[in-house]
Design a protein. Structure first.
Length: 177
């Protein structure tokens, strides 16, 4: 773009002044002029842009420049850098679709065979009829401590409690036992 502007001003100003004004070295301008107004990479960039467009269309427009680079290297044997792939995709106005972030769960499937004996009715007529438990994390000076409490719903008294350094199912079972 700068070189073309310098060329347009050819009859009006000296080459050295035009190059200084547009912050281009005289040697680079002369090399550009001798090449015929095109960089050495321009034909290859046009070919790569066409290839990138076809790969973009094949993959329904989901590939960003990193995955596009992987496809170009693996499927077409092209050897180009990430910056060049990003520049060509940006010039062609091609963008990828970001991957959706998924939440990973380390828990297994929920056991639904256990019946709910307290269907949101927390009023109890007699003691030791309905117990509830809760597991909570306490931060101490020595690290984390996990507390499991067993509570009677009749009058809110604590039936049992246990603490350990790790929140495991065994902690809850030990509290109930």
């Amino acid at each position: 773009m700068r070189y073309q502007l310098i060329a347009r001003l050819q009859g009006h100003f000296k080459v050295s002044w035009r190059c200084r004004w547009l912050a281009v070295t005289r040697s680079k301008y002369c090399a550009w002029w001798q090449r015929g107004g095109e960089s050495k990479r321009a034909p290859d960039d046009r070919r790569l842009t066409t290839l990138i467009g076809s790969v973009h269309w094949q993959w329904d427009g989901i590939l960003g420049y990193r995955r596009m680079l992987t496809r170009l290297r693996a499927d077409h044997g092209e050897d180009l850098g990430a910056c060049r792939a990003r520049r060509l995709m940006k010039a062609a106005n091609l963008t990828g679709v970001p991957k959706k972030k998924t939440k990973s769960s380390k828990r297994g499937p929920v056991d639904t065979t256990i019946p709910n004996l307290v269907p949101r009715d927390f009023s109890v007529a007699q003691p030791n009829w309905v117990w509830v438990t809760d597991l909570t994390e306490l931060k101490t000076g020595e690290g984390k401590l996990f507390l499991c409490v067993l509570k009677d719903l009749y009058d809110g008294t604590l039936v049992s409690w246990q603490t350990t350094a790790r929140p495991t199912a065994e902690l809850v079972v030990a509290t109930v036992e």
